[in-house]
Design a protein around this ligand. Sequence first.
Ligand code: NDP
Length: 295
Amino acid sequence: MSAQILDGNAVAAKIRSELAEEIVELKKEGCSPRLEVILVGDNPASKSYVSMKQKDCTEIGILGQTTHLPASTTEDVLLTLVDRSNKDDNVHGILVQLPLPQHISEAHVIARISPDKDVDGFHPINTGKMVAGSECFLPCTPAGMQELLKEYNINPKGKHVVVVGRSNIVGKPFAIMMMQKKEWANATVTVCHTGSGDLKPFTRQADILVAAAGRPAMITADMIKPGAVVIDVGVNRIDDPQAKRGYRLVGDVDFAAAKEVASAITPVPGGVGPMTRAILLKNTVQSAKKFHTLL
Ligand code: NDP
């Protein structure tokens, strides 16, 4: 039997529509959520992500302001811009699109964003709070993955979650979130990476398998325990002369074969990606409410 498809587009649309209704009410209270997005350079993937975020904001009534700077922008200029948004009481969320050009330190820039406006959840203070299990802005992709599981009533409690990938924005925070003694978590967690050797003995144990390595179709059907839930975070561009844009997007999982083994699976595109964007909106609204003491 083919796996259930975990439809991130549908769940994200529901979140957006709930937020849109909430924003109408917030505006009546004088609270108008605003997100400041800063893009440096012309990375095509980054440009496309930023324009999608802008579109999402407009759709639900968040004022989304994008500043596009040339790739030659200095770190000082970028930090000055971040400082300005930090001080602006009308700005509730600040997002600097990553990756940044080589000459700019991402760590410096992330650390400069006010933790109270860090809707991406990357600031070291928010990371520390997440590890401690305190309330904070959670990074959008792992929070979106957790929300998707919740929506489909797939409770990680007591399950073995195996995460392939340990980046600071996906693998590591998701592993930490899953091990918390909290609702929709409380799992036993294994994290694999390039130092893990043969992955199959680990991935075959997973009740919930997360692929976040950025390697097209690296998770094959034989690496999946029958009945497992598979979350495919990977977004990889594959050349495809038949496609309008000359490429298509694939995940880290061999989807066609995996869906015959798994009990549930996220598609790429249309799985984790839209959830990431929805959580960014949610975090921005949350921040605006906090600023206006409406929480
Ligand atoms: P990174 O490149 O930062 O991290 C990749 C991780 O995967 C690293 O920890 C790396 O190990 C591990 N890895 C890579 N190859 C292998 C391998 N062959 N075997 C085992 N482990 C491996 O990537 P990100 O976490 O930023 O992104 C991962 C994927 O998710 C990408 O395709 C990205 O585009 C996508 N993504 C999707 C998002 C969405 O919203 N859908 C959001 C963010 C990312 P090591 O640490 O040892 O190098």
